[in-house]
Structures are given as C-alpha cells and as structure tokens.
Design a protein around this ligand. Structure first.
Ligand code: NAD
Ligand code: IPM
Ligand code: MN
Length: 391
C-alpha cells in the first residue's frame, strides 16, 4: 500500500481532545484500507511548545510539517505568543527586528506556519446543513435550510501580515492592509476553480469594503478583471462586508456559491456562517497553496495543506471533555480528499458524521455535545462516529 505521512499538531485548550477523535478516524481509514497506509506523528505546537521548547513552532515541528503529506492541526493560543512575537512579517516596518540567530523568530506560531508553507487559500465550507441540524440553528428553519456556501479566505496577506507598529511610544499603534495584484489574482483563481468544479458552476460573491479601503478597490478591480479574462463563464457579484454580514444571518442563501474575501473579513464572516448549522464546533477548514485538485480531475496531484476546525481553543470549556469534535473530524475528511485524493474515504467520514447528527436523540444515535444542546462527551461522539464508520 502507498503510505502517507500525516503530521498532527494537537496544540492547546480543547485541541488535544478534538484531535484525538479525528486521529481515531484517520487510523481507522488506515487500518481498513488495502491501498493506503497513514503514518501519523504528533509534534509540539502552540502554547504547550512554548512551555517545553520556549517557542510555539519549534524548528523540528516546522521541518516535520514541510516534509508531511498533510497536517492536521488542533488549536493554539496565540495570546501566549504575544510576549515573544510582535511582528509576523519579516519584511515589515516597525516592531522589533528578529535576526536569523534569534531564538524566537516571527515566522512561528499559527500565522507563521501558514506563511512558511505558503498556504494562501483557506477553504471553509458552510454547507453542512443537515435537516436535523435545523433544530439547533438560532435562525428560522426556512432561512437556514438549503444554505450551501463555501468561503474562500485569503490567508497570508492583508492586515495580518502588513506593516505594523506596536505601541512603541505607548500612544500609537497601527496595522496595515496591503494587497498586491498577484495576491488577489491567485486567490481569485482558487475561487474560480472551486466554482467550476461544481455542475452547474457556482456563482462567486466577492466581499470587500471598496467604498472606503484602497486595498478593497484593488481587490474588486482584480477580481473583476481576472474572472472576466480567465473565467468568462462564471458569474460574480460584489458585496460590501457590512452588508454581507447582515445577509449571512438575514438571507444566507443569497450568498450560496463561493464567497471570496480577504483575510480578516473571511475570519469574521466564517465564524458568522457557523450560526447557520448551529455551532462553531461543526465547521472544518483546509489551508492550501493553490486550488484543491479533485481526484476525478486527471491532473490530480496530492498537495500538502493544513486541516483544522475553524474554531479556537475554547478556554471556557477546555478540560471538561465536552468539546464538539465534528469540525475536526470533518477537517480530517477534507485532508483525505484534498491532500491524499481519497474521495471515497472522505465521503464515508462525512456520511458517518451526518448519520450521527441526523438520528433522533431518542434511541439510535442522537449523540451530541453541549453546543448542540446534547449531553454527550467529546469521546462519546467520536465513539459513535467510529462505530458508524465500521458498520
Ligand atoms: P473559540 O473559537 O475558541 O470559542 C468561541 C466560543 O465557541 C466559545 O464559547 C467556545 O466554547 C465555543 N466553541 C468553540 N469550539 C467549540 C467546540 N469544538 N465545541 C463546542 N464549543 C466550541 O474563540 P475564542 O474564545 O475567541 O478564542 C480562544 C482562543 O483560541 C484564542 O486564543 C484565539 O486566538 C484562539 N484561536 C485559535 C485558532 C486556531 O488555532 N486555529 C482559531 C481560532 C481562535
Ligand atoms: C482562525 C483563527 C486565527 C485567524 C487566529 C487564531 C490567528 O481565528 O483560524 O480563524 O485569525 O486566522
Ligand atoms: Mn477565526
């Protein structure tokens, strides 16, 4: 069998709990497959790596990630990084300069690993609208039903990486939103290829703040021109981010299709989309260095990426064993699909999750964590998903 190396970074807070359930699923895929073998190896990352090694992304962890076929990541508490890392961007002005000899360098931590691996395309599907979840959505069921959007978030540019100054004189601080034509073109192409992979092709909704921000006016111009020139068969509309935030809860189906946006807008809007299925704990993500090739595509070439739930380390429930592992398990499904080309296995994992969520709680499955008003523990949800996968 073909073997793949998967680096697992459990991280902090609820990270290790949710990761443990997702790795069980990957181990099961490995045990039952005759064609592939998955070799999982854990490395220290985040706050726990600071405790052990004095840095959030030890060189050995980064090296393992660079050699891996894919990376499954739990959470990290970047708050803990702030003492060490005040400047993510080596090329930026302001902030301390970290020489190559410095023990803690800017290209570390979660933002550092995304940047180091060039993972500019963050894919965050919000299409897991199973009918049984409609009882958990805080929206009216007729508003949540049928929502099928996939957020494409630019991940290594914009405000997160632009020139910044910490409060040097205690009086002023700034961050800068910078985008170049090339950065906008490449993320637009990812959105276009995802739109084209569907039959019929999906509409693209580009989100910006072009009425105020110069970087957004460049964004809108480049998105429009790139699509017109390279993908004339696709449709695109543009929304201002404030209005888009309203539409996501008032009439989200208006944004069905591909939602294309810059780094920080995508961060905020993707958490907002999680109210539609009913919990932040449900949504997965993939961070890639290009468009995900589909295995049905003759040009499919497995490429590495980071797979992680969109939520954080959830300090308010950490250590209680009640975190929802489904966002992480669905991230593992995306890993199987996009980095290993195991479409059938990915679908089996997604079907098992759906089955567990769909069963009514009286009898049968209906095993749910507290964020979905259930009483099950993280491990019990993992048990049930593994049991369904085995059956
Ligand atoms: P959060 O996403 O950790 O939590 C927000 C709310 O959602 C909390 O009430 C939490 O209990 C709940 N929640 C999140 N995931 C859940 C799950 N799987 N099951 C049940 N409930 C869940 O956001 P926050 O509290 O603003 O951030 C906490 C820390 O996590 C911060 O340090 C932040 O920077 C970090 N963070 C890390 C990542 C990452 O490593 N990928 C992502 C987001 C936030
Ligand atoms: C996410 C997180 C991260 C981000 C933080 C923890 C740096 O919120 O993955 O959505 O803003 O990208
Ligand atoms: Mn976020």
């Amino acid at each position: 069998p073909k073997s793949y190396r998967i680096v697992v970074l459990p991280g902090d807070g609820i990270g290790p709990d949710v990761i443990a359930q997702a790795t069980r699923v990957l181990e099961l895929v490995s045990e039952t497959s005759t064609s592939v073998k998955l070799i999982l190896e854990s490395h220290d990352f985040g706050g726990c790596a600071i405790d052990k090694h004095g840095e959030p992304l030890p060189a050995s962890t980064l090296a393992a990630c660079q050699q891996a076929d894919a990376i499954l990541l739990g959470e990290q508490n970047p708050g803990q990084l702030c003492d060490h890392i005040t400047d993510w961007n080596t090329g930026s002005v302001g902030g301390p300069k970290w020489g190559p000899e410095a023990k803690v360098r800017p290209e570390q931590g979660l933002l550092g690993i995304r940047k180091a691996l060039g993972l500019y395309a963050n894919v965050r599907p919000a299409n897991f609208a199973s009918d049984s979840l409609l009882s958990y959505t805080p929206l009216k069921p007729e508003i949540a039903r049928g929502v099928d959007m996939i957020v494409i978030r630019e991940l290594i540019g914009g405000l997160y990486f632009g020139p910044r100054q910490e409060q040097g004189d205690g009086d002023t601080a700034y961050d800068t939103m910078v985008y170049s034509v090339g950065e906008v073109e490449r993320i637009t192409r990812v959105a276009a290829q995802i739109a084209l992979a569907a039959n019929p092709p999906l509409p693209i909704h580009s989100i910006d703040k072009a009425n105020v921000l110069a970087s957004s006016r460049l964004w809108r111009r480049v998105v429009t021109e790139t699509l017109a020139k390279e993908y004339p068969q696709l449709t695109v509309d543009h929304h201002l981010v404030d209005s888009a935030a309203m539409i996501i809860v008032a009439n989200p189906k208006k944004l069905n299709g591909v939602v294309l946006t810059e780094n920080m807008f995508g961060d905020i809007l993707s958490d907002e989309t999680s109210v539609i299925p009913g919990s932040l704990g449900l949504l997965p993500s993939a961070s890639l260095a290009g468009a995900p090739a589909l295995v049905s595509d003759p040009s499919f070439k497995p490429t590495s990426g980071i797979y992680e739930p969109i939520h954080g380390s959830a300090p308010d429930i950490a250590g209680k064993g009640i975190a929802n592992p489904i966002g992480t398990i669905l991230s593992a499904a995306m890993l199987l699909r996009y980095s290993l080309g195991l479409e059938k296995e990915a679908q089996a994992v997604e079907a098992a999750v759906r089955k567990v969520l769909d069963e009514p709680s009286a009898g049968g499955y209906g095993i749910r964590t507290a964020d979905l008003q259930g009483k099950a523990t993280t491990v019990q949800v993992g048990d049930k998903i593994v049991e369904v996968l085995k059956s």
